[in-house]
Design a protein around this ligand. Structure first.
Ligand code: FES
Length: 106
């Protein structure tokens, strides 16, 4: 299992566990993290699963590219540490990951 902490837009920190191979979006949705809408179900076509990766984790998580980077241009307030959580597969390297949920997804 991989442990991830989501900091919701109200400052509430929610730490959850999710199996390796699941996506960060799935970890959020299955554990009721507020603010991750994931309207397209992980197909990288909605940008409503936008999160900000904590600065300490950006190198390990990596940056968006291709279709994901294109979709992020539709997100509200994208930043250099923005990612679509459905495009991040959880693995042991990401155990302890911290991400922030934006105030709004659209
Ligand atoms: Fe739609 Fe991630 S769930 S882009």
């Amino acid at each position: 299992m991989v442990t991830v902490t989501f900091i919701e837009s109200n400052g509430n920190a929610k730490t959850v566990e999710s199996p390796e191979g699941s996506t960060l979006m799935e970890a959020a949705v299955k554990n009721g993290v507020g603010g991750i809408l994931a309207e397209c179900g992980g197909a990288c076509t909605c940008a409503t699963c936008h999160i900000y990766v904590d600065e300490a984790w950006t190198a390990k998580v990596g940056s968006a590219s291709g279709d994901e980077a294109e979709m992020l241009t539709l997100a509200i307030d994208p930043a250099p540490n923005s990612r679509l959580s459905c495009q991040i597969a959880l693995n042991a390297e990401l155990d302890g990951l911290v991400v922030r949920v934006p105030v709004a997804q659209f």
